[in-house]
Write a protein that binds this ligand. Structure first.
Ligand SMILES: [Ca+2]
Ligand SMILES: [Ca+2]
Ligand SMILES: [Ca+2]
Ligand SMILES: [Ca+2]
Length: 228
C-alpha cells in the first residue's frame, strides 16, 4: 500500500509515479485497476485539495490526464480554483471516499505503447487532510475463452433438383474463420458463401463451424441435411 500524504506542504504537488515504462501488448483489451481510499481537504463549499491520475506515452516528456480512460469510478468532483492549488479547476478525486473502493481504466487505446503513470495530489495554500492511500495496482488483459456460435443463413431447397449447392453462414463474432465439411469429407477452411458441385443423388449434410480470433471453435457446428 502506498500513501500519498496530503500534508502540510502548501501549494504542493505530491507524486507517486512508476519508475519505468510499462510495455503494453497489442491486440488485446487492456485494463488498469487500483484500490484506493482518500480524504482531501474540503468543506461544504469547496474541494480545496484533490488527486488526479496521469499517464505518459513519451518517457515522461508530457503527461495526459487519465479521465477519459477512467471507465469505472472516475473522478468525483473538481478542485476549487479559490486558493492557489496548482491543480485548481481540474476534475479529480476530491473530498472523502469513506473507505477503500476500486477504480478501473480502459487502456485498450494505448495498446502497443510504452506507458508510465503517476498519481498526483494538488494542495492549496492552507490546511490538509489524510491524503490518498493506493493499493493493488494491476494492469491486465482479458482473454477471450468463449466460443462463437455458427448459423447457416442460406441453403438449397430440399428436395433439390440441382447437383450443386451453395451455403451462406455467419458467426456471432467478427474477425474469425470458418471450417466447412460436406458429409463425412472432413473439415477444411472456407468462407461464406461456400459452393459445392457434382453432388450425387441422395441425402447430404453440410456442416460449418466458426473459430474466433482467439482460437475458440464452436463445439456444436451448424448443419443442414437435404436431398438431391
Ligand atoms: Ca476531507
Ligand atoms: Ca489544503
Ligand atoms: Ca470468443
Ligand atoms: Ca454452435
Amino acid at each position: 500500500m502506498h500513501r500519498l500524504p496530503g500534508l502540510a506542504n502548501r501549494r504542493f504537488i505530491s507524486v507517486l509515479s512508476l519508475s519505468s515504462n510499462l510495455s503494453l501488448p497489442t491486440g488485446s483489451t487492456l485494463y488498469m485497476h487500483f484500490n484506493h481510499a482518500y480524504d482531501f481537504e474540503d468543506n461544504t463549499l469547496r474541494a480545496y485539495d484533490g488527486g488526479v491520475l496521469e499517464y505518459s506515452i513519451n518517457n515522461s516528456a508530457t503527461w495526459n490526464d487519465a479521465s477519459s480512460l477512467l471507465i469505472n469510478n472516475g473522478y468525483n468532483g473538481t478542485i476549487s480554483t479559490c486558493c492557489s492549488n496548482p491543480l485548481g479547476g481540474r476534475s479529480a478525486f476530491v473530498r472523502e471516499s469513506n473507505g477503500y473502493y476500486s477504480s478501473r481504466l480502459d487502456l485498450t487505446s494505448l495498446s502497443g505503447q510504452n506507458m508510465r503513470f503517476r498519481f498526483r495530489i494538488g494542495t492549496d495554500s492552507t490546511y490538509d487532510d489524510y491524503g490518498w492511500f493506493i493499493d493493488d495496482i494491476r494492469v491486465y488483459t482479458c482473454i477471450d475463452t468463449t466460443a462463437p456460435d455458427t448459423t447457416i443463413t442460406s441453403q438449397p431447397l430440399s428436395p433439390s433438383n440441382s447437383t450443386s449447392a451453395s451455403f451462406s453462414f455467419t458467426s456471432t463474432e467478427t474477425g474469425g474463420t470458418f471450417l466447412c465439411q460436406m458429409d463425412s469429407g472432413g473439415y477444411s477452411a472456407c468462407t461464406s458463401p461456400k459452393s459445392y458441385t457434382g453432388l450425387t443423388a441422395g441425402s447430404h449434410t453440410f456442416y460449418v463451424k466458426a473459430t474466433d480470433s482467439a482460437g475458440n471453435t464452436d463445439s456444436t457446428p451448424a448443419s443442414y441435411t437435404w436431398n438431391v
